[in-house]
Ligand binder design. Structure first.
Ligand code: ASP
Ligand code: MG
Length: 412
């Protein structure tokens, strides 16, 4: 029988009523003839609560026990979902990660899936089970300990199961009805996309459109898993939501597909660093070791053998970055004149695979920002993305103006 993966996020299993509602959707797919793998998140808010308890108990916690505690929210919803389905006379049972098993690395709290053995599940489907309810977000390490996949990780569980079992599709049920051209809370003209390419979704996911865990999109792209994002609160229909798929499957599209933003960025500038071989390595090596996610980087032209180096990172990593740089100075590995920190910037990006074949997008973006009187502090581009760093107070304005200028409210 064809296999379908259906993933329900925290708000879709937030209480028994919602679990019942989700189970009804599963029942509809079972009636169509699918064997279904349901991946559940913990009830919304549960994982945060568990994380809080761990921190209160032990500030410098043992990551293995963190995973033992934090993975438990999904065990509850998996069992409840299986019970609910059984109440509806749908043959279902729950599976924790280790029972499948979902084998992962031993990087506790940020483990990666190594492989999923489908044999146990397939055997049970062969015996008449119609729904396997799997606890998302968790797996088992080579040492036999419970692991978790990082926050939002049950999206990745879902895609990994779809790949491993060759599912027809992976439906991600959430509290929004799809992927939008931008955040509807910022632009009232934001439009739901029917389809979006993996590459675009990756850019949007990592740029702060928090619909899907980034790694789940990477995995979907690698294994060509059709991913559908849809709301569990709206009427069920076959073309609801947004399909994340290969670009060949998208007929019509605008040059720019979406405007993404990331509010909490900081810009750090090292004034007067020596312009010589190895200087970038000496600066960014320690930053990466300190766990700072450096995003944009610019190096100015140099004068008298000295240059300025600017980079951006999330605001909550500024203190860590500053310490790493000062330690590098103390160790005699770098020296600079001054460190200037601008903690009040935001990143706004235009994303679209159409940019590969059409020029002028950057120019139009810069003109639009100029017309709004918004100063650009840093620019970075890739094949399908142009990002600018601007003062945070203009972020909303920039998003709206760019959404307007690229006419994203209209279908291409
Ligand atoms: N419950 C986990 C979290 O809140 C995993 C997930 O929901 O995807 O991060
Ligand atoms: Mg999520």
């Amino acid at each position: 029988m064809p296999v379908l993966v259906m993933k329900f996020g925290g708000t879709s299993v937030a209480n028994l009523d919602r679990i019942r509602r989700a189970a009804k959707r599963v029942g509809v797919e079972v009636a169509k003839g699918y064997d279904v793998i349901v991946i559940v998140s913990a009830m919304s808010g549960k994982t945060n609560e568990l994380v809080g308890w761990v921190g209160e108990t032990s500030p410098l916690y043992d990551a293995r026990e963190y995973d033992a505690v934090v993975s438990s929210g999904e065990n509850v919803t998996a069992g409840l979902m299986a019970l609910t389905l059984q109440q509806m006379d749908v043959p279902a049972r729950s599976w924790q990660g280790w029972q499948v098993p979902v084998r992962t690395t031993s990087a506790h709290s940020t483990a990666r899936i190594l492989d999923i053995s489908p044999d146990n599940l397939m055997a049970k489907f062969g015996e008449g089970m119609r729904v396997a309810v799997v606890a998302g977000f968790q797996g088992v390490s080579p040492e036999g300990r419970i692991t978790t996949l990082g926050r939002g990780g049950s999206d990745t569980t879902a895609v990994a199961f779809a790949a491993a079992l060759n599912a027809e599709r992976c439906d991600i049920y959430t509290d929004v009805d799809g992927v939008y051209t931008t955040d509807p809370r910022i632009s009232s003209k934001a439009r739901k996309l029917d389809r979006i390419a993996y590459e675009e979704m990756l850019e949007l996911a990592s740029l702060g459109a928090k619909v899907l865990q980034t790694r789940s999109v990477e995995l979907a792209m690698r294994y060509n898993v059709k991913l559908r994002v849809l709301s569990s609160f709206e009427e069920q229909s076959d073309d609801a939501g947004t399909l994340v798929c290969a670009e060949e499957e998208i007929m019509e599209s605008n040059v720019v597909t979406g405007i993404a933003y990331s509010r909490d960025e900081a810009k750090m500038t090292l004034l007067s660093v020596a312009d010589q071989p190895g200087i970038a390595a000496a600066i960014f090596g320690p930053l990466s070791e300190a766990g700072v996610n450096v995003d944009m980087i610019i190096q100015n032209i140099s004068e008298d053998g000295r240059t300025d180096m600017t980079f951006s990172c999330p605001t909550d990593q500024v203190a860590r970055a500053e310490k790493a740089l000062k330690d590098a100075v103390a160790a005699g590995n770098i020296d600079y004149g001054d460190l200037i920190i601008d903690g009040a910037v935001a990143k706004v990006s235009a994303v679209g695979i159409g940019m590969r074949s059409q020029s002028g997008v950057a120019a139009q973006m810069f003109r639009t920002l100029r017309d709004e009187g918004i100063n650009i502090k840093v620019i970075a581009t890739s094949e399908i993305k142009i990002s600018v760093l601007i003062d945070r107070k203009y972020m909303e304005l920039a998003v709206q103006a760019l959404h307007d200028t690229f006419e994203l409210d209209k279908v291409g």
